[in-house]
Design a protein around this ligand. Structure first.
Ligand code: ZN
Ligand code: ZN
Length: 417
């Protein structure tokens, strides 16, 4: 039986990987511009990290994690998002002792969620995300948002909408939570089983239930922005001022809560209307209590994550991905056994001089080698026969122009360079 890739996973084939490289290069340059440095964390962590970090009553933890016992009977979970690991690492390596703010990003990190596979939603996907710790100022929130916005602008993405909201802090949230609980209690009959249990434990999580009936109830639920304390309200207004300074259009979307427990104050999403239904290309927010909840000091944080596959899908759809930029360079074609060895020596020499080259690896006839060189689109072919071996002068054929010249080894290298 043929073995196929597991459902919800995807191969990146050699002919497509350049798209990832282009995007990754852009992202690295951009992060450098904002002076963020890369962090790399393991693909799996202790399950407790996500229960504490992401939240016990979230959809991710309740339904979507790849959790298993390893051979040492430890509960292990494949990373379902990037922030918790960054926080764990920060605490473990005492990075909080460094000068603040602490800025980091992760790129193409694999993220695993057991979801229903659908357009742009995979069980293993890869994320780019940034995290910044140690500052509560609203201009930082605007700066974080601007990293994502700048990337999308640079890539030329169209049809995007920036949505922001504030979901309060430990001061104002209990009041809101109570209001929300009272509201949902009057609609109990329309809530799904999971949400009924959330009603007691964490009614806020009902707001992002994907169940149709629950979503109907949520439409008229009380909104966080109507219950913000003075501090949260000032912060939210100030953020809007800074976004305006940057020239961004944005929508205040009171229904935006994000599916994670750790957010405080600012949450945001950048939404594309290009993948059929509305689709989030970037989501993030502030998490001022997360570091403390994971066992670290009282340290504010903010960040975002975006799925690389989804972003590539939209770029593809909008025709913003260039053709493969790499060209096959030099092919060495040889006529007989002696020239084959000479060609083999030359091949090593070209590569030593930084010239990308290939020789015959299929024992093809000379004619078939030339045919192959044509088909694979090499820019140049070096032809070696009896004469060339004797005179040490090589025939270089420019495959695009069809011209040929006879060159010494040194001339050949200089021309190809
Ligand atoms: Zn507040
Ligand atoms: Zn529900």
């Amino acid at each position: 039986m043929q073995i196929k890739a597991p459902r919800g996973t995807q191969d990146v084939l050699p002919k497509d990987s350049y798209k990832w490289h282009l995007l990754e290069k852009r992202i690295r340059e951009l992060c450098d511009l904002y002076q963020f440095r890369e962090i790399r964390t393991p693909a799996f962590e202790h399950t407790d990290l996500f229960i504490r970090g992401v939240g016990e009553t979230t959809d991710i933890v309740e339904k979507e994690m790849y959790t298993f016992l390893d051979k040492g009977n430890r509960s292990i979970t494949l990373k379902p998002e990037g922030t918790a690991s960054a926080v764990r690492s920060l605490i473990e390596h005492k990075l909080y002792a460094d000068p603040m703010p602490l800025k980091m990003y992760y790129l193409s990190t694999p993220v695993f969620r057991y979801e229903k596979p659908q357009a742009g939603r995979l069980r293993e996907h890869h994320q780019f995300g940034v995290e910044c710790f140690g500052s509560i100022v609203p201009n930082l929130d605007a700066e974080i948002i601007s990293i994502a916005m700048t990337l999308f602008q640079q890539l030329g993405l169209k049809n995007l909408s920036l949505n922001i909201n504030s979901i309060g802090c430990p001061t104002c949230r209990p009041v809101y939570r109570q209001k929300l609980k009272e509201y949902f209690e009057t609609h109990k009959e329309d809530l799904c089983e999971t949400c009924l249990s959330r009603l007691e434990r964490n009614p806020i999580r009902i707001l992002d239930c994907k169940n149709e009936s629950c979503r109907e109830v949520v439409k008229n639920a009380p909104r966080t922005i109507d219950y913000l304390c003075e501090d949260c309200s000032d912060h939210f207004h100030s953020l809007q001022e800074y976004l305006t300074i940057l020239g961004y259009d944005f929508v205040v979307n009171p229904g935006l809560v994000r599916g994670l427990d750790y957010y405080t104050k600012t949450v945001f999403e950048i939404i594309s209307t290009d993948l059929g239904a509305q689709s989030t290309v970037c989501g993030g927010g502030r998490y001022d209590k997360l570091v403390e909840e994971c066992g670290g000091p009282d340290l504010a944080g903010i960040g975002f994550g975006m799925g690389i596959e989804r972003l590539l899908m939209i770029l593809e759809k909008q025709g913003l991905l260039p053709e493969e930029p790499y060209k096959n360079k030099v092919y060495i074609a040889s006529m007989d056994e002696a020239s084959k060895k000479e060609g083999f020596r030359l091949l090593a020499l070209l590569r030593k001089n930084g010239i990308s080259a290939e020789g015959d690896l299929m024992s093809r006839s000379f004619k078939a080698q030339m045919k192959y060189a044509d088909k694979i689109n090499f820019t140049h072919t070096v032809i070696i026969g009896e004469e060339e071996v004797k005179t040490k002068k090589f025939t270089l054929k420019n495959m695009e122009l069809g011209t040929q010249e006879s060159l010494t080894e040194e001339e050949l290298i200089n021309t190809l360079k």
